[in-house]
Write a protein that binds this ligand. Structure first.
Ligand code: 5GP
Length: 112
């Protein structure tokens, strides 16, 4: 069982900001911006590369959820970034799909 599945099952505590039947959103333990929230599906998809057409509506749901959470944290006017890290070069460290919402400060581009 991955770390994020343990957060879903409440075996590991997290600062949860949103939840529904399909997903959970919680604050990143090592925030890289004033607002840094992770949105994860309850379905244990390891990474975006391993999602399939059967996940189409779930993936759309996660993105809409990310947009709504960003707005509810006051980021919709100032702007924010939505990031999915995939695999080693992408910087993925937890093998359970997660969308990062980063905001509350100007973010540099390109990323390092
Ligand atoms: P990745 O590097 O895989 O894209 O992102 C994984 C994220 O999970 C990292 O930003 C990391 O700080 C966060 N993270 C790792 N362990 C925990 C934890 O136990 N609790 C929370 N809330 N976040 C975690």
């Amino acid at each position: 069982m991955t770390l994020f599945e343990k957060i879903i099952s409440r075996e590991i505590p997290a600062e949860i900001v949103d939840e529904d039947d399909l997903c959970l959103a919680f604050r990143d333990i090592n925030p890289q911006a004033p607002v840094h929230i992770l949105v994860i599906p309850k379905k244990p998809i390891p990474r975006i590369a391993e999602s399939g057409t059967e996940d189409q509506s779930l993936l759309g749901h996660l993105l809409l959820k990310a947009s709504g959470i960003a707005a509810s944290h006051g980021l919709d006017k100032s702007g924010y970034r939505v990031v999915i890290n995939n695999g080693a070069d992408g910087g993925e460290s937890v093998p359970h799909l997660h969308i990062h919402i980063l905001g509350g400060r100007p973010l540099q581009w390109p990323p390092g």
